[in-house]
Design a protein around this ligand. Structure first.
Ligand code: HEM
Length: 58
């Protein structure tokens, strides 16, 4: 559901997926010790439910 559903399905989903396929392996290669520094905090919103902040350590 990250990209929505139905007629408003994310038009940029293929691009976003491609970018993540490139960026995430690079990120984990460069920061192999990347870890959560505190529990993820979600924004208290209805639309575009997502993270307010994600503290990481490396
Ligand atoms: C990880 C990255 C992304 C996520 C999680 C994401 C998520 C979403 C979601 C959930 C929706 C549906 C919103 C709704 O139903 O109201 C949406 C719509 C949309 N997204 Fe994305 N998106 C991402 C990246 C992109 C990119 C890179 C583009 C453009 C280059 C883009 C362009 C759009 C557009 C134009 C819509 C509106 C589609 C419509 O209303 O028919 N998104 N996105």
């Amino acid at each position: 559901m990250s990209f929505g559903a139905g007629i408003h399905f994310c038009i940029g989903a293929p691009l976003a997926r491609l970018e993540m396929e490139i960026a995430l392996p690079l990120l984990f290669e460069r920061l192999p010790k990347l870890t959560l520094a505190s529990p993820p905090r979600c924004r208290d919103t209805y639309h575009f439910h997502g993270l307010e902040r994600l503290d990481v350590g490396f």
